[in-house]
Write a protein that binds this ligand. Structure first.
Ligand code: ADP
Ligand code: MG
Length: 280
């Protein structure tokens, strides 16, 4: 059975919004020195807005039809911006490639939507827009047709949350993302994140966490998405966003942040230190 100090600690943590799935994780939290974050939906709101469309008049229509079956937050922003009803009979052969984009047929045309790396794979040259944001390139029948720029906002609680972690002894804050390095570096710089790894595929995120696990100290990973579940499981402590998080992420996590607020991690670490003192 778990000592009473741990029960009290777990109860206190849950009152502050951190649901900890076992006394062992509460004990371990005080020894964490590296906290790794997924960017989208964890540090940022995970809700994109379309900020620019470059190309022919019906480019946004192709974007919305192409993204219609995707659950990605980028897809949702493009469908919302289009705002018109979608005739599903005109969409065929929908394929989503994780960390890259969409390959689909729309009105019989072969349409691809996604990032630079995806277009490099297909050998399609792109024209990069100047606007800062995540760029979704569009190709129609193998020809570059334009781009849709989307942007996400940093969550209000993130800036403070990162600062507070440093105050409770976290030595290394790390950001992992599939997004372009320009967007990734911009967010990391604004937040004072120590280390950034960008343009990662879901499997690269697991590998990167495994490398960090080989170093001294314990590693926490904080994420929200379906793609994050393997990374959450792999870290010493997996922390999921409870509100925006997918069921798979909440299931795979050791700690769930009920208010999606990373400031709560600091509270949990403090409770971990105090609980330890009671035990001794
Ligand atoms: P994150 O690490 O931000 O969660 P993902 O692994 O979900 O990123 O995606 C990485 C990148 O792949 C995105 O920034 C985007 O460029 C591209 N991408 C993924 N899914 C889509 C999609 N449905 N439409 C367009 N681009 C996509
Ligand atoms: Mg993600």
């Amino acid at each position: 059975s778990i000592p009473l100090g741990l029960y009290a600690g777990l109860g206190k943590a849950s009152k502050m919004g951190a649901l900890i799935k076992g006394g062992n994780y509460l004990e371990l939290l005080k020894d964490v020195d590296t906290v790794v974050f997924d960017k989208t939906g964890t540090l940022t709101q995970g809700q994109f807005d379309v900020v620019e469309v470059n190309g022919q008049d019906d480019l946004l229509m192709y974007g919305a039809y192409g993204e219609f079956y995707s659950n990605h937050p980028i897809a949702k922003s493009i469908v919302a911006k289009y705002g018109q009803s979608i005739d599903e009979n005109q969409i065929d052969d929908f394929k989503e490639i994780a960390g890259k984009g969409i390959d689909v047929k729309i009105q019989g045309k072969h349409v691809c939507l996604g990032n630079e790396s995806f277009f490099e794979d297909m050998n399609i040259q792109v024209k990069e827009p100047k606007t800062v944001g995540t760029i979704v390139y569009v190709a129609i029948d193998g020809q570059f047709a334009g781009s849709i720029v989307v942007a996400d906002q940093i969550k209000e609680s993130t800036m403070k949350g990162i600062q507070l972690l440093k105050e409770v002894g976290i030595k290394n804050t790390v950001m992992l993302t599939g997004d372009h390095h320009r967007v990734a570096n911009d967010v990391a710089q604004k937040l004072g994140i120590d280390t950034v790894y960008s343009e990662l595929l879901p499997q690269d995120k697991v590998q990167q966490v495994e490398k960090l696990l080989k170093q001294d100290g314990y590693v926490a990973f904080v994420g929200d998405g379906i793609n994050d579940a393997p990374v959450l499981a792999r870290a010493d402590i997996g922390i999921a966003m409870g509100g925006v998080g997918s069921d798979a992420a909440i299931e795979a996590a050791d700690v769930v942040l009920m208010q999606d607020n990373i400031e709560t991690i600091k509270d949990a670490i403090i409770i971990s230190h105090k609980t330890n003192k009671v035990l001794k």
